[in-house]
Write a new protein. Structure first.
Length: 279
């Protein structure tokens, strides 16, 4: 079946969602190749939104492989965190979270593996900060460094750590760095076989599939992580297709319009990218 968001050209798909004021970055990287296959505004810095959860996922499984983290261990669900801005603390707003199950577990013990899963598959914010507490910002930075990401990408604080944000400590990404990250994962450069497989399985279990996956044809295997806030929709995917090496596709959209328009725009961009890649 053809993807529902097929368009005539990649440039038309980008212009439709970017408008006159937005920034749209698209990068395609293929495993085993040094240069990107496609690169449009690759180094523009976008607010990360929930894409920051992707390197946290990898960091958790790397620590498991080193024997430094036990995903079977239970942690107490709480909503009080130390800020990355020294001397400050912060809490999260449940109304801003797409994962009610973690909030329902406040004050109880939950296996860390469940929080890692919810962090990605339903983009849980509280789950993310609980996992980041266990993993640590330095380990996330090590993942980005091992993926050969540039210094333009910084994942340095938890979700809703507004004291850190106000101090200039913020999570920022580029499309090229995120495509590098998922390709490095597929190539086995970030974790061993078990950790790599676990990360990919979690990405394939993603419940938000209206971006890149919606634009790709049947017969391809897509693991993705989305991110969205007001004015921002992103999607980063690792795609495996018959006859192709693993493909990393990052589409970052910071633009006016509605969330549905940006999400549909990402799907149209993915469809156009895939047509160019395999056509």
């Amino acid at each position: 079946m053809d993807p529902p968001y097929a368009v005539s050209s990649l440039s038309a798909a980008i212009e439709a969602v970017r408008g006159t004021e937005g920034t749209v970055s698209v990068v395609v990287r293929v495993a085993g190749e040094d240069a990107p296959r496609l690169s449009i505004d690759p180094d523009a810095r976008h607010y990360s939104a929930s894409i920051m959860k992707l390197p946290i996922l990898v960091a958790a499984h790397r620590l498991v492989e080193r024997g430094a983290l036990d995903l079977g261990r239970a942690v107490t669900v709480h909503n009080d965190f130390a800020s990355q801005s020294p001397g400050h603390r912060f809490s999260l707003d449940p109304d801003e979270d797409s994962d009610p199950d973690t909030w329902a577990a406040l004050g109880t013990d939950v296996p860390l593996v469940d929080l890692v899963h919810r962090m990605v598959t339903v983009s849980g914010n509280l789950a993310t900060d609980l996992v980041l507490d266990e993993v640590g910002v330095p380990e996330v930075a090590a993942v980005l460094a091992d993926a050969r990401c540039s210094r333009r990408t910084t994942i340095v604080r938890g979700i809703e750590d507004y004291p850190a944000r106000d101090a200039g400590i913020d999570n920022v990404i580029t499309a090229d760095d995120m495509a590098r990250l998922v390709v490095a994962l597929a190539e086995g450069r970030l974790a061993g076989p078990d950790g790599t497989a676990a990360c990919e399985a979690t990405l394939r279990a993603q419940q938000y599939r209206d971006g890149i996956p919606a634009g790709l044809p049947d017969g391809v295997e897509v693991g993705n992580k989305t991110g969205w806030i007001s004015g921002v929709n992103h999607d980063v995917a690792l795609v495996r297709a018959p006859g192709l090496p693993p493909v990393g596709l990052a589409v970052l959209v910071s633009a006016p319009g509605s969330e549905d328009e940006r999400q549909a725009g990402i799907a149209r961009i993915a469809a156009a990218v895939w047509a160019e890649l395999v056509g």
